[in-house]
Design a protein around this ligand. Structure first.
Ligand SMILES: Nc1ncnc2c1ncn2[C@@H]1O[C@H](COP(=O)(O)OP(=O)(O)OP(=O)(O)O)[C@@H](O)[C@H]1O
Ligand SMILES: [Mg+2]
Length: 320
């Protein structure tokens, strides 16, 4: 392997074709490195599919794309249902078997409009994604990206319930450039498309083995005591100082005290570090947008900044 950070190469490929959407790009990388799933909410046409395609092309990962709908059946997600007819001594027998495909063989999968899937299929789907197993067999999946339109009345969909939403460790609110009023980036997109054809080819830059190697390293990456304290203080600050509670937030012990460590370690690897530093508390931003009230999320940069500069807020000192 070259000494160059392989994730920079993937980021370069995304940056060549998609302007802005920095948070989606970073969360895709964190999801692949940490092997955690991603929930992206955003209006149609904001390059969600394109980014997932670019990263699977550049990383040479097997990609599965599926648009969920109100009648989605599980069999559509796990491969092809093959029906055969055999003639035996006792007559004809119709057999049905699943040729594995879909989420069972993919390394990255994009599940569009997750909130439209009927409960029964959704539950089994989420169980497979969560356990990363189908019966006793492990699946090669690195990350599943579930998308949803904003759940406002006009979009005819319902939000995922909190227990399901919590399975997606990484969560991103991807506003489009226009509604986000990012006019400079909008101009860049227009310029880009005046210069290049609509079809695009993504060169292979990284291979699956690289992710396997980094995943091994991830497990043993050091998280120094001050970073552990920073994480404990982060959660304590949200609850003790910013009024987050069971009714307005989704702060599960699993996500914040266990999964967050993987995401912070992935953040360290992404930045070329071989141990976590307080800077990796910034990775918590990619986990919180739909887990805490909007007005608290808007102050998150400051909250993390205070923790990384070790200015402790009152009320959290004893909680760590
Ligand atoms: N920020 C951007 N930079 C470059 N191209 C963009 C950007 N936003 C949108 N596009 C263009 O718009 C197209 C639409 O994107 P894409 O189909 O990936 O959106 P989507 O978010 O998956 O939409 P949907 O919610 O309808 O599935 C892209 O293929 C790309 O050509
Ligand atoms: Mg799409």
């Amino acid at each position: 392997m070259t000494s160059q950070n392989p994730f920079i190469a993937l980021k370069e490929e995304m940056d060549k074709l998609v302007i802005g959407h920095e948070e989606v790009k970073i969360s895709l990388l964190l999801g692949i490195i940490a092997r955690e799933h991603i929930y992206v909410e955003g209006p149609p046409g904001t390059a969600k599919t394109m980014l997932a395609e670019i990263i699977s092309g550049a990383a040479q990962l097997k990609f599965f794309f599926y648009q969920l709908h109100r009648d989605t059946r599980l069999s559509e997600l796990i491969g092809d249902l093959v029906i055969s007819k055999e003639t035996t001594d006792t007559g004809e027998v119709i057999k049905q078997k699943v040729v594995k495909g879909g989420i069972l063989t993919a390394e990255i999968c994009l599940l569009d409009d997750i909130s439209r899937a009927p409960g029964e299929s959704l539950n089994v789907l989420l169980r497979i994604l969560n356990e990363r197993k189908f019966f006793d067999e492990e699946i090669p999946l690195l990350t599943a990206i579930a998308t949803s339109n904003p759940t406002a009345d006009e979009y005819y969909n319902e939000p995922l319930d909190p227990a399901n939403l919590d399975r997606f460790v990484l969560q991103i609110n991807a506003q489009g450039l226009s509604y986000g009023k990012r006019w400079d980036q909008a101009r860049e997109v227009i310029k880009l498309y005046t210069q290049r054809p609509l079809e695009y080819h993504v060169p292979a830059r990284v291979s699956r083995e690289v992710f396997d190697e980094y995943y091994k390293r991830l497990g043993s990456l050091d998280i120094p005591h001050e970073v552990q304290e920073g994480l404990a203080n982060f959660v304590a600050t949200l609850i003790e100082d910013y009024g987050c509670n069971e009714t307005n937030s989704l702060i599960s012990d699993r996500t914040f005290f266990v999964k967050s460590l993987k995401i912070m370690r992935a953040h360290a690897l992404l930045h070329g570090r071989d141990a976590c530093t307080l800077q990796d508390l910034n990775a918590l931003k990619y986990m919180t947008v739909f887990r805490i009230p909007e007005e608290v999320f808007l102050q998150l940069d400051q909250i993390i900044e205070d923790l990384t500069s070790k200015k402790k807020k009152t009320g959290t000192g004893g909680a760590s």
